[in-house]
Every structure is written in structure tokens, then in C-alpha cells.
Design a protein around this ligand. Structure first.
Ligand code: FES
Ligand code: FES
Length: 156
């Protein structure tokens, strides 16, 4: 059944009218052309589709768009400010924390969420905090290093 859903995405108030049971991921990618958010598993097991919703990471592949009503969403496209990358994005670049890059948007979103909750995580806390994100290229050591670099650089 079609519903009208209002939310903010990357600072922009947005209204969509669509089947309320469509995955939020499809609406972001297909209707709003925010293709940085990726489809991986489709069943909340890989983290590729992560975005921030009211500051917390959600898996958009299993979130019906109707649940986004009133939410403030930030996708990978919304992390930079004034043309400057987010410190987590800078740290991923500096550490070369990607290979094919497919998992990277979801990894960055998860890392931002992790550092918001725990600004100075230990290595073990980073591993635990990121364990719902999969990287098929197995770039985990550099991803952990990037998150450590971001935590240090964010001056917390
Ligand atoms: S595509 Fe959503 S968690 Fe894998
Ligand atoms: S860099 Fe290829 S899936 Fe992670």
C-alpha cells in the first residue's frame, strides 16, 4: 500500500510516496539517487547498507521506508561538510582501508556511529563494534587502523 513518508536526509527535508514496505535502501538508491549506500546481503548480515538514523546506524535493507517517518538520516554522501571529508573518511584514505571499496560506505558509517558512542575505543572494542560489517576483501587490519587514526585525529 502506498504511503507518504517524511524524513530528512543529509540535511534535506524529503517526502516520498511509495509502497511503505519497500526497503529504505531501495528508496535511497533508486528514488533519491543516493547510490553510495550499497546492497550486499539484503538480510542485515553485512553492513553494506548502513546509514545513520537519528545518530544510530541502521541496516536499510531490512528497514521498511514507512519506518523512516520523522527520522533524520545521514548517508555516506552526507558525512562531508563544506567540501571537507569527515575525519573517518580521511582516515580510511590515509590508511588505504579498502580494496574494492564496496563495503567502505557501510564501514565508514559504522565507524562514525562507533566513535560517537565510544570516542576512544580500544582495538578490541573496535573489532567488537564493527563485527556486523563484512569485507569480502578481508581488509580488516587496515580498517581497524583507520578507525584508530580517526579516533586520535578527532582529538577525543
Ligand atoms: S545489505 Fe543490508 S546488511 Fe547487508
Ligand atoms: S574493500 Fe572490498 S569488500 Fe571491503
Amino acid at each position: 500500500m502506498n504511503v507518504t513518508v517524511n524524513f530528512t536526509v543529509n540535511g534535506r527535508k524529503t517526502t516520498v510516496t511509495t509502497d511503505g514496505d519497500r526497503p529504505l535502501l531501495d528508496v535511497l538508491r533508486e528514488d533519491l539517487q543516493l547510490t553510495g549506500t550499497k546492497y550486499g546481503c539484503g538480510e542485515a548480515r553485512c553492513g553494506a547498507c548502513g546509514v545513520l538514523a537519528d545518530g544510530k546506524r541502521i541496516f536499510t535493507c531490512v528497514t521498511p521506508v514507512k519506518e523512516a517517518e520523522g527520522m533524520t538520516l545521514v548517508t555516506i554522501e552526507g558525512l562531508s561538510e563544506g567540501g571537507k571529508l569527515h575525519p573517518v573518511q580521511e582516515a580510511f584514505l590515509a590508511e588505504g582501508a579498502y580494496q574494492c571499496g564496496y563495503c567502505t560506505p557501510g564501514m565508514v558509517i559504522a565507524a562514525v556511529s562507533l566513535l560517537q558512542a565510544k570516542p576512544k575505543p580500544t582495538e578490541a572494542e573496535i573489532v567488537a563494534g564493527m563485527n556486523r560489517n563484512l569485507c569480502r576483501c578481508c581488509g580488516y587490519p587496515k580498517i581497524v587502523k583507520a578507525i584508530e587514526r580517526a579516533a586520535a585525529g578527532m582529538g577525543r
